[in-house]
Every structure is written in C-alpha cells, then in structure tokens.
Ligand binder design. Structure first.
Ligand code: TRP
Length: 479
C-alpha cells in the first residue's frame, strides 16, 4: 500500500473545507471575538482584526497548509525541515494543552445553560431562581463549575477514546449550518429590541480614538492578533495536519482564503448578535470573558421570554456546545495522536485510551483554577492571579493577563507562544525555504497568485507584526 492510502486523504475539497472550517469555528468566534471586541473599543478592534486576517492570517494559513502537504505530517513537519526546528513543533503542541484546559471550562458552561433551558421547557426552574442574573450566580457556584468542566472533559475524552469522530463529524455538518441559521434568527430578533442600534454603532461607526496613543493602539493590536490566532487555530500544527491530507491537485491558496473568510463571517455574526443585545439590555460591552453568557441570558429570558425563550435558548446553547465539543475533540486528538504516533514509531503499544485519559486528567486539573476563580470577579474559591499578586481591579498593574486564570492561559498561548511560533515559521518560509510555499501551491498546474506580496509578508510584514505583538506583551507584563 502506498503512503497516501495509509494516511488517507480528503475525499473532496468540500470535505476538507468542512473539516477545517469546523475546527476553526468554535467558542473563539462566538465567545472570544465579541468579548475581545467589547473590551477594546468595538470599531477599532474590528478594523485591526480584519486587516490582520487579510494580511497575516491568510498567509500563515497558506504557509501551514503548504508545509503540511509538502512534508506529509502534522506538528512533526518542523522536525522534517531540520532537527534544530523540532522545538517549534513542541511549542505548537503545548498550545492545544493549555487552550483545552480553559476551553473545556467554557464548553462546560455552555452545557450548563443548555441543560438549564431544557429543564425550563419542562416547566421547572433551570437557573436556580436567578433568571437573567444567573451568570453572576453560576460563577460562584464552584461545585457546578467543576462538575460541568468534568462533564465537558469526559465527553471529549469518550469521543477521542471511542473513535466515534466519524459520527460527530457527520452530525456537525448539520449542526454547523443550523448554528448559522439560528445566529441569523437571533440577530434579527435582537435588531428589533429598543436601543439595539447603539450596538451596531459600537461596531461599525468609525471611531479612531483608540488609535490616538501608541499604548491603546498596541493593546488593540495585541488583543486582535491573539484572537486571530485562536480563531483560525493558527500556530498549533492543526492546519499543518489538515494540509498533509490535502491531495496535490487541490488549490492551497483558494482554501486558505475560504477558511478564514467563513470563520470571520461567523465571528461577525456573533458580534452582531451580542453587541446590540448588550446595548438593548444594558450589559457592559467590556464585561470580559462572561459577555456571551451574560448578554444572551437577557435575550432569551427577558427579551423572548416564556416558552419561546426556553426553546431558542436551548437550541442555541446546544449548537454552541456541539461547536465547542468538535473543537475540544480536535484539541485532545492532536495531543493524543502526537504521543500515539511516537509510540508506534518506537514499536511500542499505542495505548491510545491510556494516553487520552492521562491528558484528560491533566487538562482537567490545569483547568480547575479557571473554573473556580469566578473569572476574576473576586473573593471566589480560588484567588485570581491579580489577587495572588496583591492587586485590586483598580490597581495600575491590573491587566488582561492577570484578571483571571482563563485570561492568563489565553495570554500565554495566543499572546506569546503563537506569535512566537508564527514569527519563526514566517522567517523559515521567507528566508530559509523561500520556494517551499510557492512550489507547493503550484503543484498540478495551479497558479500562485500574489507571489510578490507573500514573499514580502513572510520576510518582513509577519515578523514585524509578531515582534510588535510580543513587545506589547512583555510591556504589559512588566508594567
Ligand atoms: N479555532 C477554535 C475556535 O475558534 C479553537 C481552536 C483553537 C481549535 N485551536 C484549535 C479548534 C485546534 C480545533 C483545533 O473556537
């Protein structure tokens, strides 16, 4: 059997696109994008984000697809380029670990809301008598937070162990479009709420006040760039793996545009649902990581109300949970298969189940602080990083990296490791292997468009942006 047959390949471009878009779309779009936009001034964030996706995101995704298809492996691709680049693979692989430990906390919360609305459909109280104020209650309900984190991790692990991904993938082919439809439905509903218009203004009305001084501009740049890495699943080896399964006739460039485009569309939908909802129901745009939950609870309970609110709320959280689980599975799978492949190469027993269990337990433990610090609201079961540092939310040193454990993990991954990974990758592709991407994209007679631009991007633009991002990160850290 030849190598291609053994590893498998995408049956069609459609299958490839669904898998990559499915992995890209998740809580990053629905939860991360709106809250990051909300805490960095709306319009300013949106503009910087869109510019970053077009100038940096597409090039990096293309580079990863090309690297994967060229080398025929996932994170191992770096080692194939040269033994000394191995560390880049390790760096890329650490990200899924830390991301999953807070991703599962959030997935658990969506499950909690989903169950809450389901119970309400049957006439019982699903939100502990708190209604639209449930979020503030849930944060301090440490037992529930831990229980639902454990459930999310268990479900993820069971799927990775049992290898029922096939079924989940088929299911998510229906669930993802359904999520799109329900998002549009909620967008329309929210649009008719009094005061909603302010939310659109927040997003779309030109306001350059964030750009008037360097610090706030750098802050927007840093947050938007991190969000882009997270949302497009860049710098984690995932797209390298996807690329390795792409057949030589398929156009890398086309796919590297379609995936970021679809992902950004979903993020925009989420923003257009949540920002107007905040405006209409008086939720602070800058509420932080809880924004999705806090704002949507108002929409379903106060806005729609009654049975309609319960049914739509249930459907919404159910679909968000599915989107989250498909991403969690991918995250745990990268870790598990990374070790399993190594063991097989050494002639050892793969022990797939044992390895995914070990990872799941470690991730659960690392996720505990993120589940127990009430997202930094203060005085919770576990102190938030800023509390450990003896700061208060009004102290000068209080920042997005220390306001809660979740944001700290987020900063380490999308704020530091991913820009660092992207910096090295683009330097490699720009200077060391300058023809790799071009040649790989030109396979089977495909034309390589924008050669001049991509050369410039890999050599100068991406490294420069990454250095700026890392610089602002260091600056915030030693403030
Ligand atoms: N991009 C996903 C989201 O927006 C999250 C994510 C990050 C992810 N890295 C990943 C998903 C790796 C699958 C695989 O939610």
């Amino acid at each position: 059997m030849n190598e291609i047959k053994q590893r498998g390949q995408w049956g069609s471009t459609f299958g490839f696109l669904m898998a990559s878009i499915g992995s890209a779309i998740g809580l990053g779009n629905l939860w991360g994008f709106p809250y990051k936009m909300g805490s960095t001034g709306g319009f300013a964030f949106l503009v910087v984000y869109l510019i970053l996706v077009v100038t940096v995101g597409i090039a990096l995704m293309m580079g990863e697809f090309a690297l994967g298809r060229k080398t025929g492996t996932g994170v191992g691709a770096y080692a194939k380029l040269g033994e000394k680049y191995k560390v880049l693979g390790w760096m890329a692989a650490f990200c899924p670990f830390l991301i999953l430990s807070f991703y599962a906390v959030l997935a658990g919360m969506t499950l909690r809301y989903c169950v809450g609305f389901l119970v309400q459909i049957f006439g019982m109280d699903g939100f502990a008598g708190q209604g639209s104020g449930f979020f503030g209650f849930l944060l301090y309900d440490t037992k529930s937070m831990v229980l639902f984190l454990a459930l999310a991790m268990l479900i993820t692990m069971a799927i990775v162990m049992g290898g029922v991904q096939g079924g989940i993938e088929k299911f998510s082919k229906v669930a993802m479009p359904a999520l799109g439809v329900i998002l549009i439905g909620i967008i329309i509903f929210v649009a008719f709420q009094p005061g909603a218009i302010e939310g659109y203004k927040f997003m779309f009305k030109p306001d350059f006040s964030q750009f008037s001084d360097f610090n706030s501009f750098f802050n927007v740049l840093k947050v938007a760039s991190g969000q882009m890495f997270f949302s497009l699943s860049l710098a984690m080896g995932i797209n390298i793996t996807f690329g390795s399964y792409l057949s030589k006739e398929k156009s890398i460039q086309r796919n590297a545009v379609i995936v970021p485009f679809s992902d950004t569309l979903f993020a925009l939908f989420a923003g257009m649902m949540i920002m107007p909802a905040c405006a209409a129901f008086g939720v602070d745009y800058g509420a932080g990581p809880g924004l999705l939950f806090a704002s949507m609870q108002n929409v379903f309970i106060d806005g729609m109300g009654g049975m309609a609110g319960n049914v739509v709320g249930f459907l919404f959280y159910f679909l968000v949970f599915i989107a989250a689980i498909t991403s969690s599975i991918a995250l745990l799978e990268v870790l598990t298969s990374g070790i399993v492949d190594k063991r097989i190469a050494k002639g050892k027993d793969p022990s797939r189940k044992k390895i995914s269990l070990i990872f799941a337990v470690c991730i659960f433990v690392v996720g505990l602080p993120a589940a127990m610090d009430a997202l930094g609201s203060g005085g919770a079961a576990i102190p938030a990083p800023y509390e450990l540092l003896g700061l208060t939310p009004d102290s000068p040193g209080f920042a997005m990296w220390n306001d809660c454990w979740l944001d700290l993990y987020d900063m380490i991954t999308e704020g530091v490791l991913m820009p660092l990974g992207a910096l090295f990758m683009s330097l490699l592709l720009g200077w060391k292997f300058p023809n790799l991407v071009k040649e790989e994209c030109e396979e089977s007679g495909n034309a390589f468009k924008g050669a001049g631009y991509f050369k410039f991007a890999f050599r100068f633009l991406i490294p420069l942006v990454m250095i700026l991002v890392l610089y602002t990160q260091i600056q915030a850290f030693f403030l």
